[in-house]
Structure formats: structure tokens, C-alpha cells
Design a protein around this ligand. Structure first.
Ligand SMILES: *[C@@H]1O[C@H](CO)[C@@H](O)[C@H](O)[C@H]1NC(C)=O
Length: 188
């Protein structure tokens, strides 16, 4: 009787131990909570979770550096195509004021893609997170500048994109802040 009880308790204990120490479950949990942690500290929780969670599966690196790089790549993809759209004249308007606004936005998106995000990605590869933060900030300012050109008109063709670029840039900055604070060595 006593022996049976003991062995039952022992096997329950063993089962629990096995469940708790199966490595794949543990590592999945820790990745999820890293993403959660990062996004909770960012200024746009839902956008952060949605953007990073959907792209995460294609990547092997799920550390803070990997998340920062991924965010930059995603905003860069959006801004690059936006730049092409403006260049090709896909965004059309007859209003002369809007035409001028679009010319300013062309200049802004040219800076965002060919200067700031390019430099940010270069700096990311070198582990120079201070520069990453500066360039992400500068890219956000350019998107805001483009948006302000449409303030007086009723239609703002790039509003969603400008918001998106600004928000992803501030998410990038908040992720990079973690790297600057913890002084974690860059994994390249
Ligand atoms: C960029 O993102 C915004 C916001 O989600 C979206 O409205 C826009 O269509 C995107 N642009 C491109 C070229 O994917």
C-alpha cells in the first residue's frame, strides 16, 4: 500500500519534471516573452506585436538585435516601395499645392530610404546602436515632415504610410534603447 502510494507520487513527480524541463517548450516560452517584453516597452504595443510576430517565423535569430534589425527591414521595405510609387507618379493630383507637397515627400522619402534607413542598417551590422537610434529618429522626422505638407489640404495620400514609418521608427528606437542600456554585446 505504502509502496504503491510512493511510486504513484514518484511517477507524478517525474511526469511534472519532464513536462517542465522539455527544452522546446521552454525556449518557445522565452522567445514569446522576449517579444512581449520588447513590445510592452515600445510606444505602439499592438503594431509592434503584429509586425514582429508575423515576420518572426522566417528568421532564426530571435534576440533583441534580431528584433531591431527586423523592424528596420520591414519599415525599409515599406518606405522603399512608397518612394518608387512617388517617383513613378502613381500618386496623382491636379491640385498645385498637393503637387508641391508630393515633391517635398519625394525628397523626404529619398532621405528616409537612401540615407537614414540605409545608414541605420549599416550601423546595425556594425553593432553601432547609437547611430541606429539617431538614424531611426531622423527617418521618423522626415516622415512627419512629409505629412505636415498636407496639413492644409483635405486629402492626405501618404498619411497612413507616414504614420506607419513614424511608429515603426519609434519602435526601433525603443528596442535599440534596450541594447544601449544593457550594453549587450552585438551579435552579428
Ligand atoms: C506601408 O504601410 C502603410 C500602413 O500599413 C500602408 O497603408 C501602405 O500601403 C504601405 N505601403 C506599401 C508600399 O506597402
Amino acid at each position: 500500500m505504502k509502496h504503491t502510494k510512493f511510486s504513484t507520487i514518484f511517477s507524478i513527480h517525474l511526469a511534472i519534471s519532464l513536462i517542465l524541463f522539455i527544452p522546446p517548450i521552454q525556449s518557445t516560452l522565452s522567445h514569446t516573452s522576449l517579444l512581449e517584453q520588447i513590445c510592452r516597452q515600445s510606444p505602439h504595443y499592438h503594431l509592434c506585436i503584429m509586425t514582429l510576430r508575423s515576420s518572426i517565423n522566417h528568421r532564426s535569430k530571435e534576440d533583441i538585435v534580431g528584433f531591431a534589425r527586423l523592424t528596420l527591414e520591414i519599415v525599409n521595405a515599406n518606405a522603399s516601395i512608397t518612394l518608387q510609387h512617388i517617383q513613378k507618379g502613381n500618386i496623382q493630383t491636379r491640385d498645385p499645392q498637393q503637387k508641391r507637397a508630393l515633391e517635398d515627400c519625394l525628397a523626404s522619402y529619398n532621405m528616409i530610404v537612401n540615407v537614414h534607413l540605409r545608414e541605420a542598417l549599416n550601423a546595425m551590422n556594425k553593432g553601432d546602436f547609437k547611430v541606429v537610434k539617431q538614424r531611426a529618429y531622423a527617418a521618423g522626422v522626415e516622415a512627419e515632415s512629409c505629412d505636415s505638407k498636407f496639413k492644409s489640404s483635405s486629402i492626405a495620400p501618404l498619411r497612413d504610410t507616414n504614420r506607419y514609418v513614424q511608429n515603426l521608427c519609434s519602435i526601433t528606437m525603443s528596442i535599440v534603447n534596450r541594447l544601449l542600456w544593457t550594453n549587450q554585446p552585438a551579435s552579428i
